[in-house]
Design a protein around this ligand. Structure first.
Ligand code: R5P
Length: 293
């Protein structure tokens, strides 16, 4: 069955990069706002009987969610045989419990919404921690791909004698695999979050034995930059050189990149979210995960 890649606005470069590997056609979708700011969505390419892969990275998800649901409906209404969401960055995986009385279960609620309009989901390095598998919250077939091998290979080519450092225990899954691909040792720190922009860090293993190596901080998400900036200061205080930073998802809140650059030797990211720090492409990972690369 013919497949069609359908990018939401802003995802055309990723769709084209995937298509260059899979040979799939790339369709066109119109998405504009009515004067009252409601979304208008129309699929302009013939999708009848085709498997539609809707490409939509979902940083700033609140402003994208309605258009996304309408796009899925538009494709289905125009006769698509299947509508799958390809979200290089999948949000709403961190607020997965009611940590305080009265809070919303954001991860579960977002997953229910997405599961109600799509037939399947593919993403890259979702923040799976307390939620161990996407299938724990998503009711549709889902796949979590990883950019760790690409990141590790990228570091291996650019940094001499690296030490891969995950800034918290949750990052062990990335640090371990990135280190294997880079041919380097790894360690993690232990993080206690004291607030949105305040964390406390401590070493887990013996850092002294790695002094002299070039630290490379690796994490899945950078948002306020607090975690990585604090980890960079922690490593400097422990006697290391300024670390390089590599993240999968360059979420970057206002001012975060500037603050992080002041503490680190360099900052790089994958292109799951378009950002000036993008250095590593996940198009090949997605093409292979979609079953066509
Ligand atoms: C959570 O633990 C994630 O892996 C990241 O470390 C975290 O989301 C980064 O957030 P921020 O940049 O705001 O510290």
């Amino acid at each position: 069955m013919a497949r069609l890649l359908l990018p939401m606005p802003g995802n055309e470069a990723m769709a084209n990069a995937i298509a260059a590997r899979t040979g799939d056609a790339v369709g066109v979708l119109e998405h504009r706002r009515f004067p009252d700011n409601e979304s208008y969505v129309r699929v302009l390419t013939d999708v009848k009987g085709r498997e539609v892969e809707l490409i939509a990275t979902l940083a700033n998800p609140d402003e994208k969610l309605v258009g996304l649901c309408l796009a899925a409906d538009a494709a289905r209404g125009a006769g698509a045989a299947r509508v799958r969401l390809i979200a290089p960055y999948l949000p709403y995986l961190r607020q997965d419990a009611r940590f305080n009385q009265g809070e919303a279960l954001a991860a579960q609620t977002f997953a229910s919404l997405v599961s109600s309009v799509f037939d399947g989901l593919i993403t890259v390095d979702p923040h799976l921690h307390r939620i161990q598998r996407l299938g724990d919250v998503y009711a549709i077939p889902s796949a979590a791909l990883t950019a760790s091998d690409e990141i590790g290979a990228w570091i291996g080519k650019r940094v001499a004698t690296p030490l891969i450092v995950g800034p918290d225990e949750e990052s062990l899954q990335w640090a371990e695999r990135v280190a294997a691909a880079a041919g380097a040792p790894y360690t993690t720190l232990r993080k206690t979050r004291l607030g949105d922009r305040e964390v406390r860090l401590e070493a887990v293993g013996d850092l002294k034995q790695s002094l002299g190596r070039q630290p490379v901080l690796v994490d899945d998400i950078v948002s306020s930059g607090t975690t990585l900036s604090s980890a960079a200061r922690f490593l400097r205080a422990a006697g290391f050189a300024k670390p390089h930073c590599v993240v999968v998802h360059a979420v970057f809140a206002e001012g975060a990149l500037r603050r992080l650059e002041a503490e680190t030797a360099s900052v790089a990211s994958t292109d799951t979210i378009l950002h000036p720090t993008n250095e590593i492409s996940v198009a090949g990972v997605l093409a292979a995960g979609m079953g066509g690369g």
